[in-house]
Design a protein around this ligand. Structure first.
Ligand SMILES: *Cc1c(COP(=O)(O)O)cnc(C)c1O
Length: 480
């Protein structure tokens, strides 16, 4: 019987070899075919050399998300320092709940939270690392509800007025999921219209809140977005905060994507007003390149513990031999919790505020460059500008579609052309890029840029060329 250690020692070299520069972004196989290729059954144990072969095959068919051509989502390549932190964190396999099992990691989480609260302008607040933005949305609503109706913790929602949540039509779907999970129901979410750039119409928000009050309902929370998932729009946070203040409504800022701009002295003004929020979420695992999962939920008033604690006597004993306020786990809804803060701390410690800021600047600059390139290139059409976050959204219009009347039928074809181009790009491993419809817009591409790996102007030129070449391969027959 092998003990596993020999295999473990080989792992880093396996990873290195399977992600070498000449390895393609993806070797796409349809699920039915991939199932036949991979030997996945775990019924019988295999010797190490066989295991290595199978693991290499798994990596061969996995997406190389660290390549510049992986632009499929809002995460991508990782900061090498964060990856180093992640490897260490995994190897030290502990849980973040108590000081006794995570002494140094606990202090690191507290230090990072302190630093981030300061950056966002709510220095007296509190925070917690959560598994992601969607879970942070749950935290935000729980916090808003607890602050308004503290009895909810014991009595539940019985006897409480009908509560409403407001968010923009371009905001992330996690608001709807959270409304369902927390017993509000998705019909308790009011979607507020946006302007063409994707920012919530604040007058509409104000009107909607007044309407709900007139109906006898309780406006509980406004979710403002700093960096919408598709267009990268940042709501007018100052204007939203004034409406929230006027109506006594909790203001949450979903900064999962755009929150990283706070790192940049040059771009942080885009987030003006965020310091007025009651709570903020930010995903360093997106633009900033921390290893998944690395996400923060922050509150202005330090009532996280009060809202979430359950005081389990077998974990958070109050008669321990050290200062028990360093057992921070009862602020969380999780019990076991990964030491995610460490992955962020290692990269921050290595680069400092200035280092991270310049990576964000570089990211915004390449996005600006891409937007200019797209604007001036025949066949490309921009969806929205100017940029607020490094999202560049556009259509590619193949030559055979140009110069025609852009009626409903024409847009119907464009709606099919975009996914077809995406398919060709993926199968040829040239680029993985997102596409989506939005409001009245038919399917378009979103090229979003992240801090890692560095994307150069040559990379951008290659990406646009790939889209163009695949776009010109599309024929009407393919769209049936
Ligand atoms: C990605 C995203 C989320 C969700 O974050 P996860 O970590 O994927 O759960 C929430 N809001 C916005 C704006 C996002 O872009």
């Amino acid at each position: 019987m092998n003990n596993g250690h020999t295999f473990l020692n080989k792992v880093l070299s396996i990873i290195k070899e399977e992600t070498e520069d000449n390895v393609p972004l993806i070797q796409f196989k349809h699920p039915e075919d991939l199932e036949k290729i991979l030997d996945l059954s775990v019924l019988d144990g295999v010797p190490d050399d066989r295991l290595e072969t199978i693991v290499r095959q798994v990596l061969q068919y996995s997406v190389k998300t660290g390549k510049p051509t992986f632009r499929n989502q809002l995460y991508g390549g990782t900061d090498p320092y964060s990856l180093a932190g992640a490897v260490i964190a995994e190897a030290f396999n502990t849980s973040q709940y108590t000081f006794e099992v995570a002494p140094a990691f606990t202090l690191i989480e507290l230090e990072i939270i302190r630093h981030v609260l300061h950056l966002f302008g709510i220095p007296h607040g509190d925070g917690i690392f959560s598994p992601g933005g969607s879970v942070s949305m749950l935290y935000a609503i729980v916090q808003a509800r607890f602050q308004r109706f503290p009895q909810v913790k014991r009595e539940g929602m019985w006897g409480l007025p009908r509560m409403m949540i407001f968010t923009s039509e371009d905001s992330h779907y996690s608001v709807l999921k959270a409304a369902h999970w927390l017993g509000f129901g998705t019909e308790s979410v009011r979607m507020i219209k946006t302007n063409p750039q994707g920012q919530m119409l604040v007058e509409e928000l104000d009107k909607a809140i007044q309407e709900e009050v007139a109906l006898g309902r309780c406006p509980l929370m406004v979710n403002a977005t700093a960096g919408t998932t598709v267009l990268g729009a940042i709501d007018d946070l100052t204007a939203v905060s004034e409406v929230c203040k006027r109506h006594g409504v909790w203001m949450h800022v979903d900064g999962c994507w755009g929150g990283s701009l706070i790192l940049s002295e040059k771009y942080r003004h885009m987030l003006a007003g965020i310091e007025r929020a009651n709570s903020i979420s930010w995903n360093p695992h997106k633009m900033a390149g921390a290893v998944l999962q690395c996400s923060l939920f922050l509150v202005r008033r330090p009532a996280l513990h009060e809202a979430n604690c359950a005081a389990a006597t077998y974990l958070f004993q109050q008669d321990k031999f050290y200062t028990v306020r360093y057992d921070t786990g009862d602020k969380s809804v999780q019990c076991g919790r990964k030491t995610d803060a460490f992955k962020l701390w290692v990269m921050w410690k290595a680069r400092g505020d200035a280092g991270l800021g310049s990576l964000v600047d570089r990211t915004m600059h390449i996005a600006q460059h891409c937007l200019r390139a797209v604007s001036s290139r025949p066949g490309f059409r921009v969806v929205s500008q100017p940029l607020m976050c490094p999202n560049v959204c556009f259509w590619y219009i193949p030559a055979f579609m140009r110069g025609k009347e852009e009626d409903e039928k024409w847009w119907g074809l464009m709606h099919k052309i975009t996914p077809k181009i995406k398919e060709l790009l993926t199968l040829s491993a040239r680029l993985m890029v997102a596409y989506t419809p939005l409001r009245q817009h038919k399917n378009f591409f979103r090229l979003a840029f992240t801090c890692h790996p560095e994307v150069t102007t040559e990379h951008v030129a290659d990406m646009l060329e790939a889209i163009e070449e695949c776009g010109e391969m599309v024929t009407l027959d393919m769209l049936q």
